[in-house]
Write a protein that binds this ligand. Structure first.
Ligand code: GLY
Length: 418
């Protein structure tokens, strides 16, 4: 410091003190968020450990009641309030096995491992199912999590075979995987939800070295980016294509309020889908798109203060409408991943995700009740009045995924483990 003018010495001292002050403040803010986040994780999984044994015995009771060997996995409630169980071909079949994997990952309890293996094994015949785009949901949530945690080579082959089946629904002329109906018959429908099924394809390329799955995934993501979004970055639920020319015929809705509205879960699928595509490709346009979707959701005038959306952002008369807790859980999980990639808005995304997870406590079932579901108040399909204000198995799945991601964030580990 010798020879340094007094005023400069003074300024350096102030600067050092200021730097120290900023560092201490940043540490305090970070540890407050960490402690807060850890509380959500511990509390959420403690609750789950009490609920899933209830669900296991309720599944057994429902099977005995229906006496149909095909009904195996929980989805929601029946009209009379019983547990609705579905066959492996239902799009929701992978979520309960996935929940069991997340509970095993958290507890390391061999009992949850054997339950996860048992429920996952039911889905194996689905690997040949070419009749659904939802194979990504079914197989990635069950066998995908199973492979991530066990590296069982049998799971690897099932994932690769499933990716082959899913790829059979891709038409290069349209540049997208067909969502509904048989190939070559009826409308060539692609829904925003389909972005989620790409995760299976990326994983299959990683496991097999066959890049064709990866290529299909990026072509589908690019076609959806081009045709599914409005200038405000909200998405249409459904785009119907002309299979002969690949041109767009119409942009409409199935589960939203109207053709021009923003169906809440659709926005969440898009957010999750493009965040995942950025993870897999590191193509910046997907990160930019995910950021735009996050901003549409978080700054939407239709979003309630507790960040748990109604089933559609544009539905009028919100007092009489049901929330969609599943959309909130999917959004929380996606934001925790996007938060680690976004230099500009990472903090905002993380704190929004933690706020959602904290607020979801008010939407939970009571311990021991509602057949072992974790979260109440989701909406499956409002226009046809199905699964309104109901528990839905995928809300529970993405809730546990988000808690797992938050735990990893708090431990300074990559939020998504592959
Ligand atoms: N993929 C169906 C749904 O989100 O309801």
């Amino acid at each position: 410091m010798q020879g340094t003018p007094v005023n400069l010495r003074y300024l350096k001292l102030v600067d050092m003190k200021h730097g120290l002050f900023l560092k201490i403040t940043a540490c305090l803010i970070f540890s407050a968020t960490t402690v807060f986040g850890q509380k959500q994780v511990t509390e959420g999984f403690n609750f789950t450990e009490k609920q899933l044994p209830v669900m296991l015995s309720e599944i057994n009771a429902a099977r005995a009641n229906y006496n149909n060997p095909k009904l195996l996995l929980p989805r929601t409630l029946t009209k009379s309030g019983g547990l609705s169980i579905v066959p492996v071909s239902d799009w929701c079949s992978g979520f309960f096995p996935g929940e069991l994997w997340y509970l095993f990952e958290y507890t390391k309890d061999p009992n949850w491992l054997s339950q996860a293996k048992k429920f996952t094994a039911y889905l194996e015949p689905e690997k040949f199912n070419k009749g659904t785009h939802d194979l990504g949901f079914e197989i990635y949530c069950s066998f995908g999590n199973g492979y991530r945690l066990t590296h069982d080579t049998a799971y690897k082959s099932i994932i690769i075979q499933s990716a082959r089946s899913l790829s059979s629904r891709f038409d290069p002329k349209v540049g997208a995987i067909k969502s509904w109906g048989k190939m070559g018959q009826g409308k060539y429908t692609v829904i925003i939800d389909n972005m989620m099924n790409l995760e299976l394809l990326f994983e299959a390329t990683r496991l097999s070295g066959d890049s064709s799955f990866y290529k299909i995934a990026i072509v589908h993501a690019n076609t959806t980016l081009k045709n599914h979004f409005r200038p405000d970055y909200s998405s249409y639920h459904v785009v119907n294509y002309d299979q002969a020319t690949g041109g767009v015929i119409e942009k409409v809705t199935a589960q939203g309020y109207n053709n021009e509205s923003a169906w809440a879960r659709g926005q969440a699928w898009g957010l999750y889908g493009y965040t995942m595509c950025y993870r897999e490709t590191k193509d910046n346009k997907y990160l930019v798109q995910a950021g735009h979707i996050a901003d549409f959701i978080l700054h939407n005038p239709g979003l309630p203060k507790d960040l748990i959306p109604y089933w559609d952002y544009n539905v009028p008369d919100k007092i009489n409408q049901s929330r969609d807790v599943s959309a909130a859980a999917i959004t929380a999980s996606a934001l925790l991943e996007l938060g680690t990639y976004s230099k500009k808005n990472g903090k905002e995304y993380n704190s929004a995700a933690i706020k959602i997870l904290d607020n979801l406590k008010s939407y939970r079932a009571k311990v021991g009740e509602t057949h072992g579901f974790l979260l109440l108040h989701s909406t499956g399909n409002a226009p046809i009045k199905v699964e309104i204000d109901a528990p839905l198995i995928y809300a529970d799945y993405y809730y546990l995924e988000a808690l797992t991601r938050l735990k990893r964030l708090n431990a300074h580990r990559p939020v998504v483990q592959q």
